[in-house]
Design a protein around this ligand. Sequence first.
Ligand code: F6R
Length: 600
Amino acid sequence: MCGIVGYIGKNDTTKILLDGLKELEYRGYDSAGIAVLGDDKIDVFKALGKLHNLEEKVNASSSRDYELGIGHTRWATHGQPTELNAHPHLGEYSYVVHNGIIENYKELKEELINLGHKFVSQTDTEVIVHLFENYNNKLNDTTKAFHNTIDRLEGAFSILLITKADPSKIFFFKHGSPLIVANGKDENEVLFASSDAPLIGLANDVVYLEDGVGGIASAEGIEFFNDNYSWATLPTSKQFAQKDGFRFFMEKEIYEQSDVVSDCMLGRLNDDEILFDEIDKSLIDGINEIKICACGTSYHSGLTASYLFERLSKVKCNVEIASEFRYKDPLLTKDTLFIVISQSGETADTLEALKMAKAAGLKTLVICNVDNSSMTRTADATILTRAGIEKGVASTKAFTTQTVVLWMLALYFGKANNIIEKDKLQKELRALREVPKSLIIDDAMHEKTKRLSKRYLHGHGFFFIGRDVFFPLALEGALKLKEISYLHAEGYPAGEMKHGPIALADPELFTIALMPQNLLYDKIKSNVEELSARDSTICSISPLDFDLSDDFIKINETDHYMLEFFEMLIALQLLSMEISVRLGNDVDMPRNLAKSVTVE
Ligand code: F6R
């Protein structure tokens, strides 16, 4: 996820900006840059890769005194990680850094190109600075030009902008992505950052900007555009700040899911269709079958997608674990679209499966969180999940965004092949829009999982059961518990229990039953009754209370099973985490596991 810093003051501007960016490194990035202004001149430095590359460039230049500057670490979303695509972005005489996604950048870019503006990057961000200059050229008023610019932007945008037309100021605005403004400890000092960590030690009082709040900062002070702001005190611990106040990165990432899913859908969810700029219609022409390959959690999102593809787009879809696929002499036909799913884009088995499919002449697509990874460089097309860096070894937000992308892709296929009816598509799009809301964590649910964890850590084994898409969700719930609690857990299709596993049922065998109201409720209910009759301890996760369950995690009533899916996912992630916490395990770095598995 991208990071922003900004500085106005008498101290060493480049150092403060670079130090600030270092504090944001943990969020992940693939390029970085700063623009610094002094003596009415703006110098800009950009570099690919790690921050020391940028630092070397800055140190190599003959340094001047700079009065202010802005900086950015970029995690590629629109356009490759290249120096041209790195922020700050230049117009003729202004620079901007931006976090978020401008949904209407294509229309704006076209308009500005027609007006004679020259674009050099592939990013959505660049439109901001051209739009600003376009207004300023006409109005000769930087404040009005900034307001007019903001009014034209759609999507998510937290922005810092500097301009030679008004060289003592930083213009700022927050909409969507976080942005903080602070009074520095020294006199006449103003700082900006997209999270607390860069500000600790340099400022005491900060404003965590609300959406729709912006202003203009200079050495004379900060002028806000409206009254919707209040001053707060900064936390003092950097570790705490990096985790945004959460105990673990995993917890932070669970809580982030609502936001990253919004980012993931930005610009892709239209009034009556799904849009993917990154794929060409030719990718799906002539495709009669989809084969998905992945490992671990990514495999579970693939398995979920297989139900969605067949249901919504009537395309045959099968899913394979990449390590199995590789050595089975798979039959591959050219009317198959080969999709790999990977958070890291580096998992050895998945990468190898992708290479095999390419060698066999299949069209290939990767759904990935890391641009410029081995898989995105290999596949014919990439859809980025925009989850931001995932630090917890146990995957959470990567799964959620993968599943949302695949659900959108199933609808894209359904529409492109004229399979899905208009009303049905509308219903699905409505449900997709509700996903961020379904991922907002209710305190009561988190509390409940904390309380349950007290008893559930004593189980000698766990079954997670579900039907349809809730079967892969059960697999994912079991995997989360195994990974961080080290307790034995299995995910099972609920209807299969009576074909063997039910023999294990006893009071210390805990069954986590996923009981959606909107999909096969009666079927799963009878499966759970069978287990209850054999004295298994049952925790049901459902919108509906169920007499026979010992424990109950309530989710909201909705009108779509996928909304139940995502709310249940949150409950499963929190339950595993709370059990792990009680067992005293390392939640973020469980034993024996690595974040990226680059060996077979
Ligand atoms: C589970 C987990 C792993 C990964 C798997 C694939 O929490 O993180 O099971 O999902 O190693 O990794 P990617 O998605 O990077 O290919």
